[in-house]
Structures are given as C-alpha cells and as structure tokens.
Design a binder for this molecule. Structure first.
Ligand code: ADP
Length: 475
C-alpha cells in the first residue's frame, strides 16, 4: 500500500524525514519531519522529487533520471527547502516492497553533525598546534637552561679540582652545588628529550659501535654507587651478540642508565643484574633483549599501568622519598619503540622488579661474516660462581646469618661515617638498608633500629651516636 496523506502511519511522527514518490518522480507522501525541515505545508505532495534533491534527480519526459544507486547504503545528498536554501542530509532511497513502483526516501539532517565534526576537527587541529608550540617552547627553554647550568657545573668542578687551603664548609657547599647542578642537568636533558619525542622531532643517530665497550661504560658509571650501597652487581652478555653493532649507542646507553639508576634507587638490599641476549636475526638485523632485575621495593600490580605514563611516579610518597621527575620510563619506552622494540615490566611488591626491553640493531657486512648463522636463539647461562653469589645474596636478608651480620656491620659503620661528615641524605640511605636487613630481627633490635632511624631523620647528632651505640651493643 502506498502511504497516502490521510493514512495514519507511525512514520508520520518519525524524527527522520520520510518521503514517498512514484515512477514519475511525483511525491505522494511526506511525513511531518519532511514538511517541517523542507518548509512546506501539505503542498509538498504533488511536487517533483527534483524540487527536493535537484542535484540528484532530473525530471524527464517519462518521469525522472538519477545517478543515485537505490539501496540500503546511506548516502550524503543535499536537500533544498522551499525557499531554495539547502542543507546536507544522509539519505537512503529504496524501492518499496509493498507498493510496486513507489520509492521511499528516508533522510536525516546532518547539518548539525557536520558542523559538530567540523568543530571537533578544528579543536583537534588547534590542540595539536598548541601542543606543538608548547613542546617547541619547552625544548627552547630547556636548551637555553642547559647553557648556564653547564657553566656553573664546569666552574664548580674546576674549583673542586684544587680544594687545598679551602675551608671545609666551602668545599661542602661546592660539592652540594655540584650535586644540585648535576641533578638539574639530568632533569633538563630528560625534559628536552621528552619534548622532542612528543613533538615528533626526535631522530636516532645510528652508527657502528663496540657493543661490549658501551656496556662496560654504562656499568662503570653505576658500579661505584652500587658497591657503596653494598649491593651485588652481575652482568651477563650472550656470546652470540656481535662485537660491533649499528645503532644509537648514546640512546641505548641512556635507556640502560635509566633502568640501572632506578634499580639502584629502589634497592636497599640484595643485587642488581643486567642480562643481554640475542633473540633473533633477520638478514642484516639482530634483535637484542636486555633485562635489568633488582631485589628492591618492587611495584604493586595496580600501579604497573601507571609506570610508563609521563610525569608518573607510582605514588607521591615514593617521589618524596626517592626524588625524580617520572619522565625516565616514558622516555625509555618511546626510545625503545623507535628502535623497533617494546618494554616489559615484571614486579612484585617488596620482592623486586625486572624491566626488560628488546631493540633491533644492524650488523655491517664485515661483522656479519664473523657471526654464527642461527635464526632464533635465546639462551641464558648461569655459572657456578654466580649461583654461589646468588645464594650469598639470598642469605643477606635472613637475619642472623653470617652474611646478614657482616652486611649489617658494614652498613652501620658507613652510616656513622656519613653522620660524622654530616651527609644526612646518605646516612638515611644506609639506615634504610639496615632497616631491611633487620626486618626479621627480634622486637628489641627492631625498636633500636626505629630509634636510630628517627634520630637520623631529625638530624640529631647526639641521639644518633647514642642510638648507634645501642644498636651496636645489641648486635
Ligand atoms: P623517575 O625519574 O622519577 O625515577 P621513572 O619514569 O624512571 O621516573 O620512574 C617512574 C616511577 O616508576 C618511579 O618513581 C618508581 O615509582 C617506579 N619505578 C621505576 N623503576 C623502579 C624499580 N626498579 N623498582 C621500583 N619502582 C620503580
């Protein structure tokens, strides 16, 4: 049945415009929405469909012509009002199944939608532009900041080269300035890298380098602090890794630096290990897999997702206690991704963390010949000496074992030395180690540890020496 003007159809009140027209193109039905939108009254019926869609339909002698493909796929058309103004619609025109020779057109006004999506696109572009301007501004400012900080750092270092005759207080202040400038330098570099990565202006600089030398250099940067803290450090490098590889040496070193600094920062007792494997080879590229593990404070399952977000630290108390900007991991992730790899983390609260990542590096033709021709290789190797060391470190945490006692003594004497030198920050670091070494100790010991800890936090020299003596006696 063809919908007629007098029939009461539920489509009369439909929100979308509905029109019916015959083979001659004459409109035989228009619902309320169509009349209202097209600004007709009842006189819409009897008009030719070309009056509504002049760009889509033309009138011919025997009816109408159109390139419109009738069917269920909605198409974008332009509908004209009675006053010849127009608006975009999303329309579907189908052959009526119940009334042969009748076409039904269903159309929705998409002016608002188009307007909104144009607005959204504009806002998106503006936001992108603002982000770009911000990143460029941050990059410029940090670049400018680097120069004065480097200037101060260079001069302080020069002064510290010859401290003879200087007052102890002056030397102490100079060392503090040196440390602060060093920290500032690191933060500036991080912000600079971050803003370049964000602005998509970061480019890697790959070249051929000696892989093991790079690792030794990274290790040398951290080893003194690691041993000073009384931690063990193990590094294993698979012999299947070529001697020379092609990659961005500086950036690979930076990623490792960051993971090792974090491992050091968040580990008071135990060990840090660095393992490097070759996991795949495709033509002149090899995949390297790095794993940095520690036995430190670990990360809660719930906090793991936050880890690689920029400026994110697991919780505020951690940033207060350990410092940092929360940019390091995000930069590492982005750098690793630029090198064709990904970062993973496995961690358990109070048990330690393992950060691993893979990257692809190149091998030159000459180095390639010397390389064994396997495809996939994944080996890890532990020597007997390492197993022994592992056991020794497992014992350190167990209160009362010779390893634990020995470690406690060492940390106590380092602590008191720092107190004598008024280096309270380092004293706090050793105190944290002592606290962890005595976690399983009897209450009497734990109470003495707590008293000493509080005295250190208050930087009260007399109470610290008394607390130290008390703890030394009990132990
Ligand atoms: P930051 O420069 O502040 O250390 P990162 O991006 O390197 O920033 O690290 C972000 C946060 O991730 C740290 O503040 C810490 O909460 C957590 N984290 C990173 N590495 C470790 C780790 N080895 N052990 C425990 N927590 C870690």
């Amino acid at each position: 049945m063809t919908p007629g003007e007098n029939d009461l159809f539920p489509i009369d009140n439909a929100l979308e415009m509905i029109l019916a027209f015959d083979q001659k193109g004459v409109i035989s039905y228009a619902n309320d929405a169509a009349k209202k939108k097209l600004e007709y009254k009842d006189d819409l019926c009897g008009r030719h469909i070309k009056d509504v869609f002049p760009n889509t339909f033309q009138s011919t002698e025997d009816g109408f012509a159109s390139e419109y493909v009738f069917g269920n796929e909605p198409q974008n058309l332009v509908a004209y009002r009675r006053n010849l103004t127009c608006f975009p619609v999303e329309a579907k025109i189908v052959n009526s199944t119940s009334a042969v020779g009748t076409y039904i057109c269903m159309a929705n006004d998409i002016l608002e939608k188009e307007f909104l999506s144009r607005e959204i696109e504009q806002v998106r572009q503006e936001a992108q532009q603002a982000l770009k301007v911000k990143s460029e501004f941050v990059a410029n400012v940090t670049h400018e900041l680097r120069t004065p900080v480097n200037g101060i750092l260079g001069n302080v270092k020069e002064l510290l080269d010859d401290v003879e005759g200087m007052e102890a207080r002056t030397v102490k202040s100079l060392r503090l300035i040196e440390r602060c400038c060093g920290d500032m330098h690191k933060i500036i570099n991080n912000v600079l890298d971050f803003s370049k990565l964000e602005a998509g202006k970061f480019t890697l600089e790959p070249r051929r380098f000696h892989f093991r030398n790079m690792l030794d250099y990274v290790k040398a940067k951290h080893i003194s602090k690691i041993t000073e803290k009384g931690l063990g450090f193990f590094m294993t490098v698979s012999p299947q890794i070529p001697e020379y590889v092609i990659g961005d040496e500086l950036r690979i070193g930076q990623i490792l630096d960051n993971f090792l600094s974090n491992a050091l920062k968040f580990t008071a007792v135990g060990k840090i290990t660095l393992e490097v494997l070759r996991t795949a080879r495709v033509n002149d590229k090899v995949e390297l897999f790095f794993m940095v593990s520690d036995s430190g404070i670990g990360i809660d399952k719930a906090d793991k997702d936050k880890l690689f977000q920029s400026f994110s630290q697991v919780d505020a108390s951690i940033s207060r206690k350990y410092g940092g900007t929360g940019l390091g991991l995000n930069i590492c992730k982005q750098l690793v991704e630029l090198m064709g790899g990904r970062v993973e983390v496995e961690s358990e609260k109070n048990k330690g963390s393992t950060f691993s990542f893979s990257i692809w590096v190149g091998i030159s033709e000459e180095d390639s010949e010397a390389l064994p021709q396997q495809g996939e290789v994944k080996t890890t190797f532990t020597t007997a000496a390492m197993e022994e060391e592992e056991e020794r470190f497992a014992n350190i945490r167990k209160y009362g074992t010779p390893e634990n006692k020995d470690n406690l003594k060492k940390n106590l004497s380092k602590l008191i030395l720092c107190v004598e030198m008024e280096n309270w920050e380092k004293a706090e670091m050793f105190m944290e180690t002592i606290r962890q070494l005595t976690e399983e100790a009897p209450q009497e010991v734990k109470r003495a540890v707590l008293r000493l800890k509080m005295a250190i936090q208050k930087e009260n020299y007399d109470k610290v020496t008394a607390g130290y003596a008390e703890l030394n006696d009990i132990l």
